[in-house]
Write a protein that binds this ligand. Structure first.
Ligand SMILES: [Fe+2]
Length: 546
């Protein structure tokens, strides 16, 4: 190993203690009410450790935490943040066995920016790389101009508070901040104009675009308490709808200013806010945008890859970096199906007792099962990177049927009833279903589009039930041949060139990695087990439809 690149220079101490994975909604509310409120409004000194005296981190921790205070950044001085950085460097040097001179740290938003640029298969000669999230290394956004592979930082500020506002409102609506924002986005289209106009004005009034920066209304001292007060007279759906309208409006204004200032219509967008596919839809449709790329996994999961790209860029220079860093046509970067595990699965007493095993299955047989309204679990090749399935660890079904939606929702996923499913669409059927005149990439499900009349019919269960938009995956033969072959077989059987696709997990549990994970999560864990499973080319059938 030549070098270790570490993303984010200054980690927030309480994040190292894993609060993001352990805190419940009531913990987050207590944090606001018993910690921030007295500090901000009563001028008191409060310590996080006193508000949560019995806090214990759970799960695997990245670093040894005995020396790290359970505190927010505000509670500790710059020296403590420097000590943490030093500890991380030492920890990595010892763990990897590398001289600490060959370890570099990289700023959070720069990692997002570099990842977005190099992952893009269409690196334009002159393009704007835009990032926005709920915070990293003291910044919430950045803009870079990249010309012929050379990066120039235009801004990095704390002014784009869209991510912060979205997470505050997620908590106000009773959901987990920094995790369930997508549920608020899914709820938004249900709001009527009547119910969302009031909340929308509250949000628009709180944050304006000013050139390449944002300007917060001076009345806002803290988002949570500001919105809690201002929104108390409005309904939950109107709040979600008004918030989403505000985000779309402000992002469009911001991108307009960026494009006009940097004289480009080519954009890549990354960071947590780029997960908002409905805002991406509005950006894609705006006259300012000719090309728009959101990389796979646009949240903080991409930081480590961005850091590695940055280290290459810093050491080899832009020209060489441009040459050696390949763009990514697929996001299948995870572990492959473990063959020994696959054998263990097939020999498991539960599987042997209840499932018929068909080796080298003819995909037409699987297509028949799908056409009969059944759900099939897929475990195929290397796992997807990022938090959505792309046909390698997926549950799939007939996308035209509302019954399959209900089946997945009630029996397997226990998902929130208002959340839409997504379609995986054959390359050859894409234009029949999806309205995408600018040919924006749909390889990674990071964009959202209107659907055609035929799309609304064939993809009825895999579009948003209220506004008929879809967040499609365009499936090509060269990027995922086996998945492509399966959907092709389904098209021959049903006339529909797509399947409904959702991740292979029970809601709230991790995505299945290896076949035996299925036994714990889906086959035994659900009320009614998954009846059909395709692991590479071996089909397991619990009922005897075939
Ligand atoms: Fe981030």
């Amino acid at each position: 190993m030549d070098h270790v690149a570490i993303a984010t220079e200054k980690l927030v101490p309480n994040n190292i203690h894993n609060v993001a994975t352990t805190f419940s909604v009531s913990d987050y509310l207590k944090w606001q009410e018993d910690y921030y409120y007295p500090i901000l409004f009563e001028n008191k000194q409060v310590r996080l450790a006193d508000v949560f005296p019995s806090y214990e981190p759970k799960g695997d921790l990245a670093y040894p935490i005995s020396t790290i205070p359970f505190a927010t950044t505000n509670e500790v001085g710059a020296d403590v943040l420097d000590d943490i950085k030093h500890m991380r460097r030492q920890f990595v040097a010892d763990h990897v066995g590398i001289d600490d001179a060959r370890i570099s740290f990289h700023r959070h938003h720069r990692c997002h920016a570099w990842y977005a640029y190099y992952t893009n298969p269409n690196r334009h000669q002159r393009m704007a790389i835009v990032t926005a999230d709920a915070g990293g290394d003291g910044a919430y956004d950045s803009v870079h101009l990249v010309e012929n592979g050379l990066f120039r930082e235009v801004t990095e500020t704390r002014s784009n508070l869209i991510g912060k506002i979205y997470s505050s409102v997620t908590l106000l609506l009773g959901m987990r901040p920094n995790e369930h924002e997508y549920k608020v986005m899914g709820l938004a289209p249900y709001a009527s104009e009547y119910h969302k106009q009031g909340p929308r004005n509250v949000f628009l009034d709180s944050l304006a675009v000013d050139g390449l920066k944002f300007k917060t209304n001076s009345e806002v001292r803290d988002h949570f308490f500001y919105f809690k007060d201002k929104l108390r007279i409005y309904r939950f759906d109107g709040i979600a709808g008004g918030l989403q309208d505000f985000v779309e409006t402000r992002l469009c204004e911001w991108f307009e200013n960026i494009g006009s200032e940097l004289k480009t219509n080519h954009f890549a967008f990354n960071g947590g806010v780029a997960n908002n596919v409905k805002a991406n839809k509005r950006l894609i449709e705006s006259a300012r945008v000719d090309s728009f790329f959101v990389p796979p996994g646009p949240g903080d999961e991409n930081l480590s890859i961005g850091a590695a790209y940055l280290a290459i860029y810093d050491q080899l220079g832009p020209e060489k970096a441009h040459e050696v860093i390949r763009s990514n046509e697929t996001a299948y970067w995870g572990p492959d199906v473990d063959q020994a595990n696959k054998r263990t699965f097939s020999e498991h007493p539960f599987i042997k007792q209840y499932y018929r095993q068909i080796n080298n299955v003819d995909l037409r047989e699987v297509a028949k099962v799908l056409a009969a309204g059944e759900i099939v679990g897929l475990c195929n090749g290397r796992m997807e990177f990022g938090s959505r399935a792309l046909g390698h660890r997926s549950l799939i079904a007939d996308p035209s049927s509302q019954d399959s939606v209900r089946k997945i929702n009630d029996l397997i996923k226990k998902r929130d009833f208002w959340m839409p499913f997504t379609p995986s669409v054959l390359d050859s059927s894409y234009d029949d279903y999806i309205v995408n005149p600018k040919s924006i990439s749909s390889a990674f499900m990071t964009g959202c589009f209107d659907t055609t009349e035929l799309g609304r019919k064939h993809l009825k269960g895999a579009t948003h039930p209220y506004d008929y938009t879809a967040r499609p995956q365009r499936v090509t033969e060269d990027t995922c041949p086996r998945y492509h072959a399966l959907i092709t077989a389904f098209k021959e059987e049903s006339g529909i060139g797509a399947v409904l696709n959702t991740s292979l997990n029970i809601h709230g549990k991790p995505i299945v990695m290896n076949p035996t994970d299925l036994i714990d999560e889906i086959l035994v864990g659900g009320d009614i087990p998954l009846k059909y499973i395709l692991i590479e080319d071996t089909f397991y059938a619990r009922d005897f439809l075939i």
